[in-house]
Design a binder for this molecule. Structure first.
Ligand code: GMT
Length: 378
């Protein structure tokens, strides 16, 4: 029997897609018999249930008056080193090149153990260079000194080579969903509770409302759709742009058609009452929420940005539109929403694409194979 591994996982527990993927991966690896140690500043969300082989080691970041900034990176590296030694970890799988890969490298040195380091790039750690070029060398260092580096899309790999040009092979490993959770379910009662009439089409957008998500484009496209057919828009999430979006909704006189639902768990129930997902970002290395929607049979419209065309296959399970082209987006949304045959087809294709490319079993096996490779190499 293959040896089960002791794996440390570090992510930002609250950040969104990367935290979700790290947590879900930890759970599925635990179900396969590996021992999982989450090392992070907060209990990773979506952990929800008790597992006998999942442990959580909290990183305490103290604010001493002598330090100008709380020393998160050093506190994390120290905690990682402590857990490597005490729990005899075989490997650390960290999410983000900075700061987490750099912390893992430091922790490995501090522990004096030959722990392997696997780093997954999610995009936000690379696109940060758009704002702060001084981090380039730190990101390259984190990538080059990791034993294995993965990225969540081919687009992100290309972008990383263009911007950082690390001397390292980066392996594509797509994100995945747990299809036991993300599946269409009976939630018709929710429609009634939200005051959505049976004839109304439901569009959905889920994000952290950062400017890069271009939520105003979602509202503008919805406005054009709602002028032609009866429809409601569900906006899920919260973040810096919420006020701008709310003002736009008022300006366009859409208050009774747009539902601001804030942050929500159990998204599968909301996808299950939705007819179309809009993800119109200007940066998106993958677009996990599109995948979640697809797994519930919801066709998606995304922008021709980053990894989105690798998830939403244009003309197969939805449409890819030019960034900011609200006319094109609303036209294609209407095509899907007014043609039941096309909608059904895209819905079925969404399930097929998820099953063939993004099923948890396939992706978790890819990560496991990469882990075991490291021990073969010695
Ligand atoms: O999109 C965000 O703002 C959150 C961010 C994160 O770091 O969690 O998401 C990134 O990682 C997700 C999981 O791999 C991807 O699905 C998102 O596309 C990616 N976000 C960006 O590239 C902007």
């Amino acid at each position: 029997m293959t040896k089960k591994l002791r794996i440390g996982i570090t992510c930002y527990p609250t950040v969104g897609g990367s935290g979700v993927v790290a947590t879900e991966l930890g759970k599925l690896l635990a179900e396969k018999g590996h021992e999982i140690h989450f090392i992070s500043s907060g209990l990773p969300f979506r952990l929800r249930k008790m597992y006998h082989n999942i442990y959580y080691h909290q990183v305490e970041v103290n604010q001493y008056s002598v330090f100008q900034y709380p020393p998160y990176d050093i506190a994390l590296a120290s905690k990682m080193a402590e857990v490597i030694q005490r729990e005899n970890l075989d490997l650390l799988h960290v999410h983000y090149a900075i700061p987490h890969a750099v912390c893992a490298i430091l922790a490995k040195q501090m522990s004096g153990r030959d722990v392997k380091i696997v780093t997954t790039l999610h995009g936000t750690d690379i696109t940060v260079l758009g704002y702060d070029l001084t981090l380039t060398d730190a990101i390259r260092f984190g990538i080059e000194k990791s034993d294995t580096v993965t990225a969540v899309s081919h687009s992100l790999i290309n972008q990383t080579y263009e911007l950082i040009n690390p001397d390292k092979t980066i392996v594509p490993v797509y994100n995945f969903i747990d299809e036991r959770v993300y599946k269409r379910q009976e939630s018709a009662h929710l429609k009634e509770e939200f005051g959505i009439k049976p004839n109304e089409k439901v569009l959905i957008h889920v994000s952290n409302f950062r400017a890069v998500k271009r939520v105003p484009d979602v509202v503008k496209a919805f406005n054009q759709v709602a002028q032609k057919i009866d429809a409601k828009l569900l906006l899920i999430g919260d973040g810096p742009e919420i006020t701008v979006v709310s003002k736009l909704v008022d300006k366009l006189n859409l208050r009774d058609k747009v539902l601001f639902l804030g942050k929500q768990d159990n998204l599968e129930e909301l996808y299950s009452i939705s007819d179309l997902m809009l993800l119109l970002s200007e940066k998106e290395s993958f677009g996990l929420v599109a995948l979640e929607a697809m797994a519930c049979g919801v066709p998606c419209i995304g922008t021709n940005i980053g990894g989105l065309p690798e998830v939403i296959i244009d003309g197969v399970n939805g449409y890819i539109c030019e960034l900011g082209n609200v006319d094109e987006i609303s036209r294609k949304a209407l095509d899907i929403l007014t043609d039941a045959k096309l909608h059904n087809h895209f819905s079925e294709q969404s399930l097929r694409v998820v099953n063939e490319k993004f099923r948890a079993e396939i992706i978790v096996e890819q990560y496991e194979a990469l882990y075991y490779d490291l021990f073969k190499k010695g």
